[in-house]
Design a protein around this ligand. Structure first.
Ligand SMILES: Cc1ncc(COP(=O)(O)O)c(C=O)c1O
Length: 431
């Protein structure tokens, strides 16, 4: 459920007409709903708290899905932690008021600087993804005179997710270590005086709509936990990852958080472990839309009809990157026959195509459209490709709204570049 609904022929976010924001901020623009973020977080929370084995489990929001400080601060106030994959994300989580004890640091390629930063910040847990990384964390911990908590990220060799590029648990994917290697690394971490080997982690993919692969992965994690304990090694924490899908309208409805919680509860039954989850998409996707304006309709003699928007692949990359589907809705639909449009942006790439032959009501230059379910993996992936200023973000709460990331001016965009000394300003004469 989300709080983007038509009212009196116009699309609203909570109590605000999206058109009002588009008029004042300009387009393209991302708009997030606080009530939807809160609702999704609470549904997840209640699902976990409904299972005694998971009551109080940490929900570490995957910052990669949406890292806007106001989004993170909204979730922090509800009690969320953060799953982070870079120093920048740790800094964002801390700035948003998420305490270090609720921050997990994951990722296959952490730099020494990033690890040292995480250790100094005192994050809850560093998820180790390889043997060289384990050695580096131990070395940096010793240098810092600290004893960080670590978990070994296991690749359970079970792939899942809506697209090959968002599958992380398959044998060929770069994430984590095999079950056998995990056993060896865990023993080595537990033997290190510089590390507090606390647990295991796993995340097998994103946009999961079928729980069977997760059940298999959790089963393997449980088996490994029992084997490690038989070896006398303490396993106190299990990080069960994220991955639950969001409804994008073109795929089966994903399972509810309660179904995931029931599965997880069975997996940890009797283990007496501290559990954490790292959901991103299921919390943020439906809590955001991207609004773009129609520049014009380009009708070709062959019957093809291009809907050319001012929003492009640099603002919302998912269709170009993952062939992903976003429902597209006019903000104020006109009456008339539905026709097929190829929905494209102005970027100089054929890949800048949001949809082919998408049935839509009549649209004209100047109309506004919303890309639904764009709150996760949307603005975070935006770039300035084609020298298009970074897309702004707005957060709505009831009848209030606020610009939570502004659109840079062209001057600001250009000011980030520097002319090499031998090309100094005075030496450039327009030709
Ligand atoms: C380690 C890790 N945790 C959490 C997530 C969040 O996944 P999702 O947004 O599908 O819940 C990802 C995404 O790939 C991930 O790699």
């Amino acid at each position: 459920m989300n709080h983007f609904e038509p009212r009196g022929g116009q699309l609203f976010c909570e109590e605000v007409a999206l058109e009002e924001i588009a008029r004042e901020v300009g387009t393209p623009v991302y708009i997030y709903s606080s009530a939807t973020l809160a609702r999704h977080y609470q549904v997840f929370r209640q699902a976990l708290d409904g299972e005694p084995a998971l009551a109080g489990a940490l929900i570490a929001f995957a910052v990669k899905a949406n890292s806007n400080l106001s989004v993170l601060a909204s979730l922090a106030r509800l009690g969320a932690g953060a799953d982070t994959v870079s120093e920048g994300e740790i800094r964002r989580a801390l700035s948003a008021g998420i305490g270090p004890a609720k921050i997990i640091f994951s990722g296959v390629g952490k730099t020494a600087r990033e690890i040292a930063f995480a250790i100094a910040a005192g994050v809850r847990q560093i998820n180790i993804e390889s043997e060289p990384e384990l050695a580096l964390v131990a070395e940096l911990a010793e240098a810092a005179g600290a004893r960080p908590s670590i978990a070994i990220r296991v690749n359970p060799e079970v792939g899942a997710g809506g697209h090959a590029k968002i599958t992380t648990g398959a044998v060929e994917s770069k994430f984590g270590v095999s079950l056998a290697e995990a056993e060896r690394l865990y023993a080595s971490a537990a033997a290190s005086p510089h590390l507090d080997a606390r647990g295991l982690a796993c995340h097998i993919g994103s946009q999961i709509t079928d729980l069977a692969p997760l059940a298999a992965a959790y089963d393997r994690l449980r088996g490994l936990t029992l084997r490690l304990r038989q070896l006398g090694l303490p396993v106190e924490a299990l990080d069960l990852g994220g991955g639950l899908g969001a409804p994008y309208f073109n795929s089966p409805d994903p399972p509810a958080p309660a179904a995931l919680a029931a599965l997880a509860a069975r997996a940890v039954e009797g283990l007496d472990v501290e559990v954490s989850f790292e959901p991103g998409r299921v919390i943020a996707a439906n809590a955001g839309v991207l609004i773009a304006r129609v520049l014009h309709v380009h009708a070709r003699p062959d019957g093809r009809r291009f809907l050319v928007l001012d929003g492009a692949m640099n603002d919302l990359m998912r269709p170009a990157l993952y062939d992903s589907f976003h429902d597209i809705r006019p903000l104020s639909p006109r009456p008339g026959p539905v026709r097929d449009y190829d929905v494209v942006g102005p970027v100089c790439e054929t890949g800048d195509t949001f949809a082919r032959a998408r049935p839509l009501p009549p649209l004209e230059g100047g109309d506004l459209v919303a890309f639904m379910t764009a709150g996760a993996y949307g603005a975070v992936m935006a770039s300035e490709y084609n020298s298009r200023p970074l897309v702004p973000e707005v957060l709505v709460s009831g009848s209030s709204w606020s610009l939570v990331r502004g659109r840079p001016s062209y001057e600001e965009m250009l000011a980030r570049d520097r002319l090499a000394p031998w090309l100094s300003a005075g030496s450039i004469t327009p030709t």
